[in-house]
Write a protein that binds this ligand. Structure first.
Ligand code: SF4
Length: 212
């Protein structure tokens, strides 16, 4: 199912009054841990061939905010955790700058296995892995999504718009408000984007605080 069609399907379910996908689940941490083990052997897309570890995601299972990147890099692949390399350290600082501790958020990626050479995940890879992210969102039931970078934004919100366009929109995915900003890896490559990224974070913080 194309990603746009998946999004429309989820919206249709929600608008049809089908509530099962949104029903609170007990013991979310245990469910997420079991799913992480279950999917660690996944071979649904070609990315499984080069991985050392599947990087399922981690964080607060009752998080207000879910942070979503595009996929694991080298360090993440080595240890099986999301956002732990240089970009991950910058993500931690970005969150701290708006008074969110890393452990307060739930952190995941569009694809759970590292694309070779850190290339962008292909559409078939994103499509194959998307149900795992959808499932994580259903379980955690975050109030807000913080989407890091163009690949993640295009995967969740549409296929052809620019990062600047996404940053200025009132986006949502699965009925959840979704805020788009620069991927920390992009900020490491181009520090000039740190100021607009901070503006994005401040806007996100305003909404986040309403849920505290
Ligand atoms: S990226 Fe996702 S779909 Fe592809 S092998 Fe890894 S877990 Fe499976």
């Amino acid at each position: 199912m194309p990603i746009n069609a998946l999004r429309q399907y989820l919206e249709l379910l929600k608008n049809s009054g089908i509530k099962e996908l949104y029903t609170p689940l007990s013991n979310k941490a245990e469910i997420l841990a079991k799913l992480a083990v279950k999917y660690s052997e996944c071979t649904l897309c070609p990315l499984h061939a080069g991985r050392k570890h599947t990087v399922y995601g981690e964080g607060n299972p009752d998080a207000i905010a879910m942070v979503i990147g595009e996929g694991p890099g080298e360090q993440e692949d080595l240890c099986g955790r999301p956002f732990v390399g240089a970009a991950g350290q910058l993500l931690d600082k970005m969150l701290i700058s708006i008074n969110i501790k890393r452990q307060d958020a739930y952190i995941a990626n569009i694809v759970k296995c590292r694309p070779p050479g850190n290339r962008n995940p292909e559409s078939n890879e994103r499509l194959a892995c998307m149900p795992y992210l959808v499932e994580q969102i259903q379980i955690v039931q975050p109030k807000l999504l913080l989407i890091m970078g163009l690949v993640a934004a295009q995967s969740l919100l549409g296929s052809s718009n620019t990062l600047s366009w996404f940053r200025e929109q009132n986006n949502e995915f699965m009925g959840i408000p979704a805020y788009v900003t620069y991927h920390p890896a992009a900020l490491l490559r181009n520090p000039n984007w740190k100021r607009p990224a901070y503006d994005d974070l401040l806007a996100f913080q305003k909404i986040y605080q309403q849920w505290l």
